[in-house]
Design a protein around this ligand. Structure first.
Ligand SMILES: [Zn+2]
Length: 250
Protein backbone atom coordinates (compact mmCIF):
# COMPACT_ATOMS: atom_id res chain seq x y z
CA UNK A 1 0.00 0.00 0.00
CA UNK A 2 1.70 3.28 -1.05
CA UNK A 3 2.56 5.76 1.69
CA UNK A 4 2.36 9.52 1.08
CA UNK A 5 3.25 12.69 2.96
CA UNK A 6 1.83 16.19 2.55
CA UNK A 7 0.74 19.27 4.46
CA UNK A 8 -2.98 19.41 5.20
CA UNK A 9 -5.56 21.50 7.05
CA UNK A 10 -8.29 19.71 9.01
CA UNK A 11 -11.76 20.59 7.71
CA UNK A 12 -13.98 18.30 9.73
CA UNK A 13 -13.70 15.41 12.18
CA UNK A 14 -16.35 12.92 13.29
CA UNK A 15 -16.22 9.94 15.61
CA UNK A 16 -16.44 6.56 13.96
CA UNK A 17 -17.20 3.21 15.55
CA UNK A 18 -15.80 2.62 19.03
CA UNK A 19 -12.35 4.08 18.80
CA UNK A 20 -11.73 5.72 15.42
CA UNK A 21 -12.29 9.11 13.85
CA UNK A 22 -13.07 10.04 10.26
CA UNK A 23 -11.25 13.18 9.18
CA UNK A 24 -11.74 15.42 6.20
CA UNK A 25 -8.58 17.34 5.29
CA UNK A 26 -7.52 19.70 2.54
CA UNK A 27 -4.00 18.78 1.50
CA UNK A 28 -1.50 20.75 -0.53
CA UNK A 29 -0.55 17.91 -2.88
CA UNK A 30 -3.61 15.67 -3.11
CA UNK A 31 -6.57 18.03 -2.69
CA UNK A 32 -9.32 16.94 -0.32
CA UNK A 33 -8.71 13.69 1.56
CA UNK A 34 -11.05 11.70 3.73
CA UNK A 35 -9.15 9.54 6.12
CA UNK A 36 -9.61 7.19 9.01
CA UNK A 37 -7.56 7.82 12.14
CA UNK A 38 -7.44 4.46 13.90
CA UNK A 39 -7.69 4.63 17.67
CA UNK A 40 -7.90 8.45 17.68
CA UNK A 41 -11.13 8.53 19.68
CA UNK A 42 -9.94 6.21 22.42
CA UNK A 43 -6.39 7.39 22.85
CA UNK A 44 -4.86 10.84 22.42
CA UNK A 45 -1.37 9.37 22.32
CA UNK A 46 -1.09 8.98 18.57
CA UNK A 47 -2.96 11.96 17.15
CA UNK A 48 -3.27 14.31 20.14
CA UNK A 49 -5.16 17.47 19.17
CA UNK A 50 -3.97 17.33 15.56
CA UNK A 51 -7.44 16.39 14.27
CA UNK A 52 -9.13 19.58 15.52
CA UNK A 53 -10.64 21.71 12.69
CA UNK A 54 -8.28 24.41 11.28
CA UNK A 55 -5.12 22.56 12.44
CA UNK A 56 -2.33 22.64 9.89
CA UNK A 57 -0.48 19.33 9.94
CA UNK A 58 2.27 17.43 8.24
CA UNK A 59 0.35 14.27 7.41
CA UNK A 60 1.51 10.78 6.52
CA UNK A 61 -1.10 8.42 5.11
CA UNK A 62 -1.57 5.15 3.26
CA UNK A 63 -3.77 5.09 0.20
CA UNK A 64 -5.21 1.75 -0.79
CA UNK A 65 -6.74 2.91 -4.05
CA UNK A 66 -7.79 6.06 -5.89
CA UNK A 67 -11.23 6.10 -4.20
CA UNK A 68 -12.41 5.85 -0.63
CA UNK A 69 -10.80 6.55 2.71
CA UNK A 70 -7.07 6.87 3.21
CA UNK A 71 -5.53 5.55 6.44
CA UNK A 72 -3.95 8.32 8.47
CA UNK A 73 -0.68 7.17 9.92
CA UNK A 74 0.69 10.33 11.52
CA UNK A 75 -0.39 13.98 11.90
CA UNK A 76 2.31 16.31 13.13
CA UNK A 77 0.99 19.77 14.10
CA UNK A 78 2.67 22.63 12.22
CA UNK A 79 0.21 25.29 13.39
CA UNK A 80 -2.79 25.03 15.72
CA UNK A 81 -5.45 27.74 16.07
CA UNK A 82 -6.87 27.68 19.62
CA UNK A 83 -7.62 31.43 19.18
CA UNK A 84 -10.35 30.56 16.66
CA UNK A 85 -12.16 28.02 18.85
CA UNK A 86 -12.03 30.45 21.78
CA UNK A 87 -14.01 33.15 19.95
CA UNK A 88 -17.55 32.33 18.77
CA UNK A 89 -17.58 34.87 15.92
CA UNK A 90 -14.20 33.74 14.59
CA UNK A 91 -15.26 30.11 14.95
CA UNK A 92 -18.42 30.66 12.87
CA UNK A 93 -16.59 32.69 10.21
CA UNK A 94 -13.81 30.12 10.06
CA UNK A 95 -16.23 27.21 9.98
CA UNK A 96 -17.74 28.76 6.89
CA UNK A 97 -14.33 28.75 5.15
CA UNK A 98 -13.85 25.09 6.02
CA UNK A 99 -17.40 24.13 5.03
CA UNK A 100 -17.07 25.92 1.72
CA UNK A 101 -13.85 24.10 0.82
CA UNK A 102 -15.27 20.78 2.03
CA UNK A 103 -18.49 21.22 0.03
CA UNK A 104 -17.09 22.60 -3.21
CA UNK A 105 -14.01 20.44 -3.73
CA UNK A 106 -13.79 16.87 -4.97
CA UNK A 107 -11.63 14.26 -3.27
CA UNK A 108 -8.10 13.71 -4.58
CA UNK A 109 -8.19 16.56 -7.07
CA UNK A 110 -5.10 18.63 -6.24
CA UNK A 111 -5.40 22.43 -6.17
CA UNK A 112 -2.38 23.70 -4.18
CA UNK A 113 -3.70 27.24 -4.62
CA UNK A 114 -6.84 26.31 -2.60
CA UNK A 115 -4.63 25.01 0.21
CA UNK A 116 -2.67 28.31 0.14
CA UNK A 117 -5.92 30.32 0.09
CA UNK A 118 -7.33 28.44 3.08
CA UNK A 119 -4.06 28.73 4.98
CA UNK A 120 -3.85 32.48 4.32
CA UNK A 121 -7.45 33.23 5.31
CA UNK A 122 -7.19 31.03 8.42
CA UNK A 123 -4.19 33.16 9.37
CA UNK A 124 -6.27 36.32 8.83
CA UNK A 125 -8.94 35.00 11.18
CA UNK A 126 -6.67 35.20 14.20
CA UNK A 127 -5.98 38.90 13.55
CA UNK A 128 -7.78 41.54 15.59
CA UNK A 129 -10.67 42.06 13.20
CA UNK A 130 -11.88 39.72 10.48
CA UNK A 131 -14.28 41.72 8.35
CA UNK A 132 -17.16 39.68 6.94
CA UNK A 133 -16.48 40.99 3.44
CA UNK A 134 -13.29 38.90 3.46
CA UNK A 135 -15.62 35.93 3.10
CA UNK A 136 -16.77 37.34 -0.25
CA UNK A 137 -13.18 37.60 -1.44
CA UNK A 138 -12.51 34.05 -0.26
CA UNK A 139 -15.61 32.86 -2.16
CA UNK A 140 -14.61 34.78 -5.27
CA UNK A 141 -11.11 33.29 -5.32
CA UNK A 142 -12.36 29.78 -4.55
CA UNK A 143 -14.93 29.95 -7.37
CA UNK A 144 -12.12 31.05 -9.66
CA UNK A 145 -9.80 28.16 -8.70
CA UNK A 146 -12.60 25.65 -9.21
CA UNK A 147 -13.39 26.94 -12.68
CA UNK A 148 -16.69 28.73 -12.20
CA UNK A 149 -15.58 32.24 -11.58
CA UNK A 150 -18.40 34.79 -11.91
CA UNK A 151 -17.86 37.00 -14.93
CA UNK A 152 -17.68 40.76 -14.32
CA UNK A 153 -15.78 41.87 -17.43
CA UNK A 154 -18.42 41.42 -20.14
CA UNK A 155 -22.13 40.75 -20.69
CA UNK A 156 -22.85 37.01 -20.49
CA UNK A 157 -25.14 37.18 -23.55
CA UNK A 158 -23.79 39.63 -26.13
CA UNK A 159 -20.18 39.57 -24.79
CA UNK A 160 -19.92 43.37 -24.95
CA UNK A 161 -17.20 44.65 -22.61
CA UNK A 162 -18.26 46.34 -19.36
CA UNK A 163 -18.86 50.09 -19.74
CA UNK A 164 -19.10 52.39 -16.75
CA UNK A 165 -22.04 54.36 -18.20
CA UNK A 166 -24.23 51.21 -18.57
CA UNK A 167 -26.46 49.73 -15.86
CA UNK A 168 -25.86 46.00 -15.31
CA UNK A 169 -27.57 43.22 -13.40
CA UNK A 170 -26.28 39.81 -12.28
CA UNK A 171 -27.60 36.47 -13.51
CA UNK A 172 -26.93 33.55 -11.18
CA UNK A 173 -27.86 31.06 -13.93
CA UNK A 174 -25.53 32.67 -16.46
CA UNK A 175 -22.82 33.27 -13.85
CA UNK A 176 -22.14 36.90 -14.60
CA UNK A 177 -23.30 40.38 -15.51
CA UNK A 178 -25.95 41.15 -18.12
CA UNK A 179 -26.06 44.47 -19.99
CA UNK A 180 -29.28 46.58 -20.27
CA UNK A 181 -29.92 45.48 -23.89
CA UNK A 182 -29.93 41.77 -22.91
CA UNK A 183 -31.72 41.96 -19.56
CA UNK A 184 -35.15 41.22 -21.12
CA UNK A 185 -33.92 37.77 -22.22
CA UNK A 186 -32.83 36.52 -18.78
CA UNK A 187 -35.13 35.83 -15.80
CA UNK A 188 -34.25 36.37 -12.12
CA UNK A 189 -31.71 39.15 -12.39
CA UNK A 190 -30.17 40.61 -9.25
CA UNK A 191 -29.26 44.27 -8.88
CA UNK A 192 -25.56 45.08 -8.92
CA UNK A 193 -24.03 48.54 -8.95
CA UNK A 194 -21.06 49.45 -11.12
CA UNK A 195 -19.00 50.25 -8.02
CA UNK A 196 -19.33 46.63 -6.87
CA UNK A 197 -18.55 45.33 -10.38
CA UNK A 198 -15.41 47.47 -10.47
CA UNK A 199 -14.39 46.20 -7.05
CA UNK A 200 -14.57 42.57 -8.21
CA UNK A 201 -12.80 43.33 -11.48
CA UNK A 202 -10.01 44.86 -9.43
CA UNK A 203 -9.97 41.96 -6.92
CA UNK A 204 -9.39 39.37 -9.62
CA UNK A 205 -5.84 40.55 -10.30
CA UNK A 206 -4.63 40.86 -6.68
CA UNK A 207 -2.48 38.55 -4.57
CA UNK A 208 -3.79 37.35 -1.18
CA UNK A 209 -2.21 40.13 0.87
CA UNK A 210 -3.55 42.86 -1.46
CA UNK A 211 -6.94 41.14 -1.48
CA UNK A 212 -7.15 41.19 2.31
CA UNK A 213 -6.67 44.98 2.32
CA UNK A 214 -9.69 45.68 0.09
CA UNK A 215 -12.55 47.55 1.74
CA UNK A 216 -16.20 47.36 0.69
CA UNK A 217 -18.80 50.11 0.74
CA UNK A 218 -22.06 49.16 2.48
CA UNK A 219 -23.68 48.75 -0.96
CA UNK A 220 -20.89 46.46 -2.18
CA UNK A 221 -21.15 44.49 1.04
CA UNK A 222 -24.92 43.96 0.73
CA UNK A 223 -24.91 43.27 -3.02
CA UNK A 224 -22.02 40.81 -2.94
CA UNK A 225 -23.45 38.90 0.02
CA UNK A 226 -26.77 38.45 -1.80
CA UNK A 227 -25.21 37.59 -5.17
CA UNK A 228 -22.57 35.15 -3.92
CA UNK A 229 -25.07 33.55 -1.55
CA UNK A 230 -27.43 32.84 -4.45
CA UNK A 231 -24.58 31.83 -6.75
CA UNK A 232 -23.35 29.34 -4.17
CA UNK A 233 -26.81 27.88 -3.57
CA UNK A 234 -27.21 27.48 -7.32
CA UNK A 235 -24.00 25.42 -7.52
CA UNK A 236 -24.32 23.27 -4.39
CA UNK A 237 -28.11 23.05 -4.15
CA UNK A 238 -28.44 24.31 -0.56
CA UNK A 239 -27.45 27.11 1.75
CA UNK A 240 -24.29 26.30 3.75
CA UNK A 241 -25.09 25.51 7.40
CA UNK A 242 -22.42 27.82 8.81
CA UNK A 243 -23.72 30.71 6.68
CA UNK A 244 -27.12 30.17 8.29
CA UNK A 245 -25.54 30.33 11.78
CA UNK A 246 -23.53 33.41 10.77
CA UNK A 247 -26.77 35.14 9.68
CA UNK A 248 -28.32 34.42 13.09
CA UNK A 249 -25.21 35.64 14.88
CA UNK A 250 -25.17 38.91 12.93
ZN1 LIG B 1 -25.57 42.13 -23.48
Amino acid sequence: MPQHATQAIVLHTTDYAESDRIVSLYSRDFGKLRGIAKGAKKSLRRFGSSLEPFTHNQVTFFDRDTHGLVRLERCQIMRAYPEISADVKKLVLGSYLLELVDTLTAEKEPHPEIFDLLQFFTGLLIGKVFREELLRLFELRLFCYLGYQPQFQQCMLCRDQFKLQECYKFSVHRGGIVCPRCQGQVPELLPLSNGTIRLFQHAQGLDFAQLSRLYFSQIAHDESRRIFGRFLEFHIGHRPRSLEILGQLS
